[in-house]
Design a protein around this ligand. Structure first.
Ligand code: GLN
Length: 413
């Protein structure tokens, strides 16, 4: 059998191909010449499978899609708490090239707008790092995420630098507020080099997939970003990634995302996959027109809106059979708070035998809170004088101590 996923991606592209609205970015010559017909998509699943369609090989500058990844590197290098003293995490509601600085603290509103991203770039590694070290840091990090060596487009870089008055003004403002480490013009040059890194849709799908997995590279299986950093970055992407259309984007699409002026949009669906789309025609917010439509279709066709609730029934207690001297509680699924609550509720309201066995062989996993709540149930039953047993052939419930140094008896059926 051939998987239908690539056909499906092709079909999505075909459904938006005739949309000719929007303009290519024209603020620099290097972007003005982009072919407006280019259209490509790729997705990489949390398991590391990549599917793509359309102009898969076409390379374009990463531009503002670099911001979440550079921010992740800065948060890794300097710590979330310290970075937050310099860059806030509030949606600005402004365009990407508005200053958007908080009046009292002088912090840029977030790291997805230019002022915040320039500062985030400049904070990479440490206060004494050189511009070259910072540029190498992002290039190496992006390359590790993409799974291939990425390079910078020198023409885009030079063109951007010739027209970077506004970004330079932001950097000088931040310097005058005492927020900038090092030299303002180096911050802009480094940030601009970061924005000029060349990618294709497969690269950005792969990079985003590492955000979707919570920081583990889907192909190498290596942890490349801390889970807490990914959570922080995805949260800021969700509220600010699409600039002044972030609210509309999140209600319509519901996927943490980031766009770039070259026409790319990346999205990361937590726990599922990373997506990259490329089409150079932009709307007035600077977001790819066809890219937005592609994401809208994917979100609704594939139920990827993060706020879409599809059923709340927790059938965590598969069966509870009480015999003369033993009650057997068979659990199943993923043990979150809700699943464990359902178990505790049943245990409180059932008449149980003197031996209570928990069969967790059908449980996929316990979350931290799910594990604590299940163990607490066992402890309370013990305290009531019951003998508690556990059937756990796969070891999904590690260290099930009863709080007094004893363990449930092993139950083998
Ligand atoms: N290099 C661009 C800039 O800073 C990136 C902007 C963008 O992609 N929105 O102006």
């Amino acid at each position: 059998m051939r998987t239908p996923i690539p056909d499906y991606l092709t079909e999505i592209l075909d459904s938006v191909r005739d949309i000719k609205d929007g303009e290519v970015a024209d603020y620099i010559p290097a972007l003005k010449d982009a072919d407006p017909n280019l259209l490509g998509i790729a997705m990489t699943t949390a398991e590391g499978h990549t599917y793509s369609a359309g102009d898969v090989e076409a390379e374009f500058s990463i531009q503002s899609m670099s911001k979440p990844f550079a921010y992740a590197a800065t948060l890794t290098d300097r710590g979330i708490d310290f970075v937050e003293t310099k860059i806030d995490v509030e949606p600005s509601g402004d365009a990407f090239n508005d200053l958007s600085i908080e009046e009292d603290t002088k912090r840029p509103k977030n790291a997805m707008i230019n002022a915040g991203a320039i500062l985030a770039h400049q904070m990479l590694i440490g206060e004494d790092a050189t511009m070259q070290e910072r540029v190498d840091r992002v290039t190496d990090f992006f390359s590790a995420l993409a799974g291939r060596k990425l390079t910078m487009d020198k023409e885009v870089f030079q063109s951007e630098m010739d027209h970077s008055h506004r970004n330079l003004a932001f950097a000088h403002m931040l310097t005058s507020y005492g927020m900038m480490e090092g030299k303002a013009h180096e911050a802009v040059a480094g940030y601009t080099a970061q924005c000029s890194i060349l990618v294709n849709v497969q690269d950005i799908a792969m990079m985003s997939a590492t955000l979707a997995t919570g920081g583990v590279h889907p192909v190498t299986g290596e942890r490349v970003i801390k889970r807490s950093v990914v959570r922080h970055v995805l949260s800021v992407m969700a509220s600010s990634g699409m600039y002044d259309s972030a609210g509309e984007w999140f209600t319509d699409v519901g996927i943490p995302a980031k766009s770039g002026v070259a026409g790319g949009i990346l999205g990361a669906i937590p726990g599922q996959l990373g997506v990259g789309v490329f089409s150079p025609l932009l709307d007035s917010h600077g977001n790819s027109v066809r890219g937005v439509e592609v994401f809208k279709r994917m979100s609704s066709d594939m139920s990827m809106h993060m706020m879409e609730v599809d059923g709340v029934v927790s059938r965590s207690v598969r069966t509870l059979n009480t015999g003369d001297d033993t009650s057997i509680v068979t659990l199943q699924g993923s043990f979150t708070f809700n699943a464990a609550e359902s178990l505790l509720y049943r245990l409180e309201n059932e008449k149980l035998s003197s031996k209570v066995v928990f069969d967790v062989s059908r449980v996929e996993r316990f979350t931290g809170v799910g594990r604590r709540m299940t163990l607490e149930a066992m402890r309370r039953l013990c305290a009531e004088g019951k003998q508690v047993g556990l059937a756990d052939p796969e070891g999904v419930l590690p260290k099930p101590d009863m709080g007094d140094g004893t363990y449930p008896f092993e139950y083998c059926g």
